[in-house]
Design a protein around this ligand. Sequence first.
Ligand code: NAD
Length: 346
Amino acid sequence: MKILVTGGCGFIGSAVVRLAVARGHQVVNVDALTYAGRLENVAEVAGNPLYRFEQADIRDRAAMERLFVAHAPDAVMHLAAESHVDRSIDGPGAFVGTNITGTYNMLEAARAHWLRSGRAEAFRFHHISTDEVYGSLGREGLFTEDTPYDPRSPYSASKAASDHLARAWFHTYGLPVVLTNCSNNYGPFHFPEKLIPKAILNALQGKTIPVYGQGENVRDWLYVEDHADALLLAVEKGVPGRSYNVGGYNERRNIDLVHAICDLLDVRRPRAQGRYRDFIAFVPDRPGHDARYAIDPARISRELGWKPSVTVEEGLEKTVNWYLANEGWWRPLLAVEGVGTRVGVV
Ligand SMILES: NC(=O)c1ccc[n+]([C@@H]2O[C@H](COP(=O)([O-])OP(=O)(O)OC[C@H]3O[C@@H](n4cnc5c(N)ncnc54)[C@H](O)[C@@H]3O)[C@@H](O)[C@H]2O)c1
C-alpha cells in the first residue's frame, strides 16, 4: 500500500513510518518540521527506496493538493498536529490552525483525490486522535467509542473539532474515513517536553523532576510501537465510518510512574549518593488538569485482533534504556524553547 503519512517526523508518526516501511509499505512522509518534528526520528528509513519525504505544511491547502496529485496514495494516515497541552494553554491559535484548519485541508485534498480515482472503495483516510477528546473520568469507568465528547483544554478541543470534521466527511461525502482515539503514548523519540522523557532526562541531569499537583492524575499508558501496530491494522482493516479506541489497560498515577522511572534509573545508572526519587518536586497543577483517562480497547481487540505486546513495566524499561543509549538525540533538544522551562501557566 502507498500511504501518505502526515506528521511522520514526530514521536508517533515516526514510529508509524518506521514500522510501515519495515512491513513493505510505500510511505510518503509529509511534515512541516516544527520544533517537534525531527529528521533524526526517521533516519533509519531515509535511504530506503520505499520512503519519500516532503517538507510541507498542512495549513497550505494548495501544497496538499499538489502532493495528492504527485503521489496518488492508497491511504492517508493523518497524525500531524500540535500535540502539547501546556503549549496549547499559552498559544491556542497554532492548535486551531494546524489541528482544525489543517485537518480540513487534508480532508478536502483527500476528497478531491478520491473523486479523481473514481471513489476507490479501498481508499482510506485514517484520522489519528486522542482519548483526551472524551474529557475527564472519575474514579470508575472507561472511555468507550460511545462516550460523549467533553474536551477541556485548547489541545483536546482542537482534536475534538478535527474528529467531528473527519466524521462529517464520511457521513456527508462518503469519504472512507477511519478514526482512532488513543491513550497517552511513551517510548523512544518522545520529545523531552512530555512527562516521561522529562522525568528521565531531568533525573539524569540532577535537576528537579516536576510533578503537577500531588501526582494523583491518572493516565493510561501505551508503548508507542504498540500504537503504531494498532494504527497500521486500523488503516488496513478498519471499517469506514467506524472509530476504534486504542489502549493497553495500563492506568498509572503520575507519581507512581515517576517513581518507577526513578527506580529503574537507580539500577541502570546509580547515583554516587542518594536516590533519583530525591529530585521529585510537586509543583502547582496545570490549569484544568483532567483527573483520569482510561481506555476500553475491546472493539479494536475484538474486531481487528489487536493487542499490545508489552506491559507498562516492560515498556518503561525499554524507554529508559533507549534514553540512556541515545544522548546524541536528546541533548540538543534540551535547548529548544519551552523544554527546560514551565509553560502553560495562566
Ligand atoms: N502523544 C500522545 O500520547 C498521543 C496520544 C494519542 C493521540 N495522539 C495524536 O497522535 C498524533 C501525533 O502525536 P505525537 O505525539 O507524535 O506529536 P508530535 O508533536 O511529536 O509530532 C507532531 C508532528 O507533526 C508535525 N506538524 C505539526 N504541525 C504541522 C503542520 N502544520 N504541517 C505539517 N506537519 C506538522 C510536526 O513537525 C511533528 O513532526 C497527533 O495527532 C496527536 O494528537 C498523541
